[in-house]
Design a protein around this ligand. Structure first.
Ligand code: PLP
Length: 420
């Protein structure tokens, strides 16, 4: 046994046998392992390191907050300046008019919060039978209890027994299918539709033209809450503060995490619009007994401010728009490779190189081998559900870094193809 660290989302038999990759340090879009080998980070950690590695001003702000008051529970009426100012700032950046912000420690807790918020909303306004949560096939909303219940791929539910009830999934690309599903159940039973603007971990599936506006319309017409999960897209990744801003959406709530601190400290949350706020904040609504020890953690909030400053000052939203083209341009030619069936790119700094599905049917471990061999060529990537290779680099990557990703992936695909 080479480790006692039980890794998340891992085949621990393989990890214990082959050992771990120990990463040691990072700078902008590169990281180094403990043997001094350099890698280009094709995934921004796990879609979060938007401002890249080694940003001293975030470290300094976090350290200053820790020295002053590292944290204090925010239950009830207690707050810290960094946290209340961050709620103000996030609400101002968001496309939701007059929103309020509930903080959590990451994406999963944000989704738990939003599902409970949606269901309780209906209970508060006297329609408690509206409990059904609708999501999309292939979607991913984290792996906590509600997240595991609403996830779009059964692999995440295997073997854990009964989960939260009253959840259904609809085809990922069809607003009509959503309308039909709601009408079939009866809108008077449906609490909310949760939607990733880009399905991320489920394979990097870009929304069909007009899809996001159409599902918002479907929800509005039926009174169903429209919740946009921006855990990946929020804070710059798609060339705007939120995908909802870019697509002109006005959701009832937005979940966020990752890019708000670029992962320097874990932080997530829910931006809730007036519809939800009025129900929960109205006179007589009482205490909502929901929250986390670290909701609004002062050090996480203190780290978020300079992170947002960097996104603004360095024009990284604009850089994501450039990357939209650069990634498509650099990765596009890989579609000619015998092991590749499709390259999905063209919306922000998010892309996937799809390993050929028929080759995967014969050899399900194919993408994992490409991912592993890519390390030998200096690229850290990740296998997505469905067998794609994830490409979502830090927004500070330059064109030569993008080319480094493309050439490293090509070399890995060549090696694996040669091995047969
Ligand atoms: C869209 C989306 N929602 C929720 C989550 C869960 O976030 P976390 O892993 O921080 O719990 C993720 C994680 O990747 C995500 O991509």
């Amino acid at each position: 046994m080479s480790t006692r660290f039980w890794h998340p989302v891992a085949d621990m038999h393989a990890v214990a046998r082959s050992g771990e990759l120990w990463l040691d340090r990072g700078e902008r879009a590169h990281v180094w392992d403990t043997d001094g080998r350099r890698y280009i980070d094709a995934t921004a950690g796990l879609w979060y390191a938007n401002v890249g590695y080694g940003r001293d001003e975030i470290v300094d702000a976090a350290a200053a907050q820790m020295r002053r008051l590292h944290a204090y529970s925010h239950y009830g009426d207690v707050s810290t300046e960094a946290t209340s100012r961050l709620a103000e700032r996030v609400a101002a950046l968001s496309p939701i008019e007059d929103g309020v912000v509930f903080f959590a420690s990451g994406g999963g807790e944000s989704v738990e919060t939003a599902v409970k918020m949606a269901r309780r909303y209906w209970s508060l306004i006297g329609e408690p039978e509206r409990t059904v949560i609708v999501t999309r096939e292939r979607c991913y909303h984290g792996l906590a209890g509600y997240g595991t219940s609403i996830v779009g791929s059964d692999v995440f539910r295997a073997g854990v027994g009964p989960l939260v009830g009253d959840t259904i999934r609809v085809p990922w690309e069809s607003a009509e299918a959503l309308a039909d599903a709601i009408d079939e159940i009866g809108a008077e039973r449906v609490a909310a539709f949760f939607c990733e603007p880009i399905i991320g971990a489920g394979g990097v599936l870009l929304p069909p033209e007009g899809y996001l506006q159409a599902v918002q319309r479907v929800c509005r017409e039926r009174g169903v809450l429209f919740v946009v999960d921006e855990v990946i897209c929020g804070f710059g990744r798609v060339g705007d503060w939120f995908a909802s801003s870019r697509f002109g959406l006005e959701p009832d709530a937005i979940t966020f995490a990752k890019g708000i601190t670029s992962g320097y400290v874990p932080l997530g949350g829910v931006i809730a619009g007036p519809r939800l706020r009025d129900a929960f904040w109205g006179e007589g609504s009482g205490v909502w007994r929901h929250g986390y020890t670290y909701s609004g953690h002062a050090t996480a909030a203190a780290a978020a401010h300079p992170n947002l400053d960097i996104l603004e000052r360095e024009g990284l939203l604009g850089r994501a728009l450039e990357l939209e083209h650069e990634l498509a341009d650099a990765l596009g030619p890989l579609v000619e490779h015998q092991l590749v069936s499709e390259v999905r790119a063209g919306l922000g700094a998010v892309a996937a190189v799809q390993v050929d599905e028929s080759a995967l049917a014969d050899d399900p471990g194919l993408t994992d081998r490409v991912t592993l061999v890519a390390r030998d060529h200096g690229v850290l990537t990740r296998t997505l559900v469905g067998g794609g290779l994830q490409v979502s680099p830090p927004l500070v990557i330059d064109r030569s870094g993008v080319d480094e990703i493309a050439s490293g992936l090509r070399a890995a695909l060549d090696d694996v193809a040669r091995q047969g």
